[in-house]
Design a binder for this molecule. Sequence first.
Ligand SMILES: Nc1ncnc2c1ncn2[C@@H]1O[C@H](COP(=O)(O)OP(=O)(O)O)[C@@H](O)[C@H]1O
Ligand SMILES: CC(=O)OP(=O)(O)O
Ligand SMILES: [Mg+2]
Length: 365
Amino acid sequence: MRILVVNTGSSSVKLRVLDSSETLLARHDLAPTDGGSLHDAMAAALSELPAADVVGHRVVHGGAEFRHPVVVNDSVLARLERLAPLAPLHQPAALAGIVATTGAAPHLPAVACFDTAFHATLPAAATTYAVPESWRRDHGLRRYGFHGLSHAYATRRVAELLGQDPGRLVVAHLGAGASLAAVRDGRCRDTTMGFTPDEGLVMATRTGSVDPGMLLWLLQEEKLDLDELADGLHRRGGLQALAGSPDMRTVLREADAGRDRAQRAVEVYLHRLRAGIAAMAASLGGLDTLVFTGGVGEHQPTIRAGAVRDMAFLGPAVDATANASAQADQEITAAGAACRTFVVSSREDLQIAHGVRRLLAAGNQ
Ligand SMILES: Nc1ncnc2c1ncn2[C@@H]1O[C@H](COP(=O)(O)OP(=O)(O)O)[C@@H](O)[C@H]1O
Ligand SMILES: CC(=O)OP(=O)(O)O
Ligand SMILES: [Mg+2]
């Protein structure tokens, strides 16, 4: 069975065709666009890619309802559309991708695989906001967590690389969006993203966590309107806000060249990242294995080194040579470090293919 995987992120739409032995047959990347142009771009891409038997889509938000991959029909699509305001940079584009592939190839079943699903095992202490009970009851406010396809894949892959259970594991998915997951026995115990993919770490164009009182003040006293607020939090925040570029490659190049604002951006990014890693370790009672994944996690030795700087008290330390030259799926642990550290290529496509196969195999029994 050949699977076409559609991974709609905030900065790219990645198309991959995988055969039944998980070999990558073809790849094609699109910029995320909406509506008609996505439909045309997808139709053009599908006509060039090898034919597939099923399409697996990354859908960022499955809410409380979707905890496993599901075949998309009109009713599922309508329920997923209701979650769109909870992930405005992702959900509309992912659903437009489903409509586009179904339009271009109506005979192909579409399976949705969810970022939130891996976090379904979070304990109540990690999912609950200390907001009024009526808000939780009437509006369903709770923490969900995202990047679950990547966290789940990294969890499987690092166990293979270690040849044993990774113990108390923290996965750092650092891409355009960024989040951490605390994992034990293959189950997620804590994460940095929340009700939406806005919470937690500093990201490419998202602010990550900010003081809610500051937002109230901006609305009440500075008369910012909602569109300006959303734009600042989603598109003009993060590295974009601090360094003038959302791309960590550019930011690091400018920091190397001595530009103050780029150096400060990196320090702000790392400050939040180190605090997050320590918080995840606290939820696990310690740290045995640390994994870096996502575009930044996989390709930026400076960020990996900075993330574990002065963290020996917690276990991790990286070998400078191994870190500088690390390729996908390699260990970078410093000699004598109590925590083993790995770089793992983010293969959300393989995790989606895995979910699609399991769903179809269960359906055929
Ligand atoms: N080859 C690379 N070298 C350095 N950084 C990279 C590389 N590829 C991607 N990145 C960084 O990763 C970010 C995108 O991460 P990625 O995980 O691909 O994004 P997405 O969230 O869209 O899936 C880019 O903004 C860039 O900063
Ligand atoms: C959930 C999320 O932020 O995804 P991405 O990093 O692909 O934007
Ligand atoms: Mg991504």
